[in-house]
Design a protein around this ligand. Structure first.
Ligand code: NAP
Ligand code: MG
Length: 454
């Protein structure tokens, strides 16, 4: 049997060996999911809600265990990992209210009664990346289940442990067999089978834009429904009238959160030229103060990168002679470490400025005025997130409307909230997750006309 070895990215010690699901086993799981779906959609709304709340309760009772798995298997700092496990509970709780609120509409027509129903799609395939294994799993899983679909999740090969445990907790909480299955294994095998299999009605994919394009093409062959959350190269725009101390103090966290392995990373800092020097003076101590080290320590802010190969890829964006303005620290010895790094001034065609690095590397670029800031922010194929720092309310609103991106924060770097919609413009994705309308992406609208005239 083929196995994948999960390695602790901080110590390079072996954590676990996980069997890879085969294409045949994937087909069998899809068949189980089809059978389970017929029963799951028929569970009374209040009972489906109760089961989702029980599932949330089971996750809540295992926050420490789940966080520990993410510390060991993905190198996430323990404080962050606890938040991530808590997010799974919160997303399940939020969408547990949905089954009893899945209202249709009654539309006035002549000669009868016209009503709409939100019908589940059927079996949903959820392809999850390694950067946020728990939150991203929950964003697809919870609303899909609430809508009456069954779900097959394919965690990233490198980070399967928390998804596997969450799958066990679902069963312990009473979610029926076959309703939520977790299939660890390769994207090219399990993920591809989910995309190709005719009985899977919808794919939710989070990962690289490159693979996302192929997933979309694969889904097109069967007109399969698809939601894509892809890469980003988001701007953190700092105007001269901003609270510069706060903007500089928070910029490292916005770029280096999860060691920069975050599709929402504000990896391009754009600063109005008149305050560039002052901003850099304030940024340097903030970058040097980032605590990089043992993920199991509560004081750690930044852990290692996921793998040696990924560390090498990140390092390739900072070759010898790169314009390193200053950088933070990183431990020596075992582990896939890379220090927080600030590049300035960068050329506009430098790959570190144009491409998603997915590591703790941020660029700083000056701009002259508001129009130039917006033009720079939009000069990318991506459009996922971003931040705007200014004390001028009118400017904050103008710039927020002009930046082509799905999620913006003003005078903050808010992370994803489960109660608000999340997703990308342009090549950052297709569709939205989370928020009050998430079930729309997991249902089909059915219109029924009932004649009242004989
Ligand atoms: P990736 O290749 O896009 O992988 C994401 C998920 O898709 C994984 O579960 C992967 O499985 C699966 N997959 C890969 N090929 C597939 C296929 N042909 N059919 C179906 N599923 C498939 O991302 P990555 O290689 O982990 O990371 C590469 C880069 O993508 C990163 O450096 C970063 O720039 C970007 N990225 C973005 C996000 C985001 O949140 N937007 C997340 C992760 C990565 P395996 O486990 O076999 O790889
Ligand atoms: Mg890949």
């Amino acid at each position: 049997m083929s196995e994948f070895t999960v390695v602790n990215p901080a110590s390079e010690e072996i954590v676990a060996a996980v069997a890879r699901t085969t294409a045949g086993e994937t087909d069998a799981a899809i068949e189980r999911a089809v059978i389970a779906q017929a029963a799951w959609r028929a569970v009374a709304p209040a009972d489906r809600a109760g089961l989702l709340r029980a599932f949330a309760g089971a996750v809540d009772a295992h926050i420490e265990e789940l966080a520990g798995l993410e510390v060991a298997g993905a190198g996430h700092p323990v404080g962050q990992a606890r938040w991530e496990a808590g997010q799974v509970r919160d997303v399940l709780t939020y969408y547990s209210a949905a089954p009893e609120r899945a209202c249709g509409r009654q539309i006035p027509v002549a000669g009868g009664l016209d009503v709409t129903f939100a019908e589940p799609i059927g079996v949903v395939g959820l392809i999850v990346p390694w950067n946020f294994p728990m939150p991203i799993l929950s964003w697809g899983m919870a609303p899909a289940l609430a809508a009456g679909n069954t779900v097959i999740a394919k965690p990233a090969e490198m980070t399967p442990l928390t998804a596997i445990r969450i799958g066990e907790l679902a069963l312990e909480a009473g979610i029926p067999d076959g309703v939520f299955q977790v299939l660890p294994g390769k994207g090219s095998v399990v993920g591809q089978r989910l995309v190709d299999h005719p009985a899977v009605g919808k794919i939710v994919f989070t990962g690289s834009t490159e693979v996302g394009r192929e997933i979309m093409a694969g889904c097109a062959r069967r007109v399969k429904r698809v939601t894509l959350e892809l890469g980003g190269k988001s701007a953190n725009i700092v105007f001269a009238d901003a609270d510069l101390e706060r903007a500089a103090a928070t910029a490292p966290q916005a770029a280096f959160d999860n060691a920069g392995q975050d599709c929402c990373s504000r990896s391009r800092i754009l600063v109005q030229r008149s305050v560039l020097e002052k901003f850099m003076e304030l940024l340097e101590p903030a970058v040097k103060a980032v605590t990089v080290g043992d993920p199991a320590s509560a004081a750690t802010q930044m852990g290692p990168l996921i793998s040696a190969a990924h560390r090498d890829r990140v390092a390739s964006y900072v070759p010898d002679g790169a314009p390193v303005a200053f950088r933070g620290t990183a431990p020596d010895g075992p582990g896939h470490w890379y220090p927080p790094t600030v590049l300035a001034p960068v050329r506009m065609d430098d790959p570190a400025y144009t491409e998603e690095v997915f590591g703790p590397v941020v660029t700083v670029t000056p701009f002259e005025d508001e129009a130039a800031a917006v033009a720079l922010a939009n000069d990318t194929p991506y459009g996922l997130s971003g931040s705007i720092w200014t004390r001028d309310v009118g400017r904050a609103i103008r710039v927020a409307r002009a930046v082509e991106t799905g999620n913006l924060s003003v005078n903050s770097h808010s992370s994803v909230r489960y109660s608000t919609p999340f997703g990308g413009f342009k090549q950052s994705g297709l569709g939205r997750e989370l928020g009050p309308d998430a079930l729309d992406a997991f249902t089909e609208v059915k219109n029924v006309f009932i004649a009242t005239e004989g």
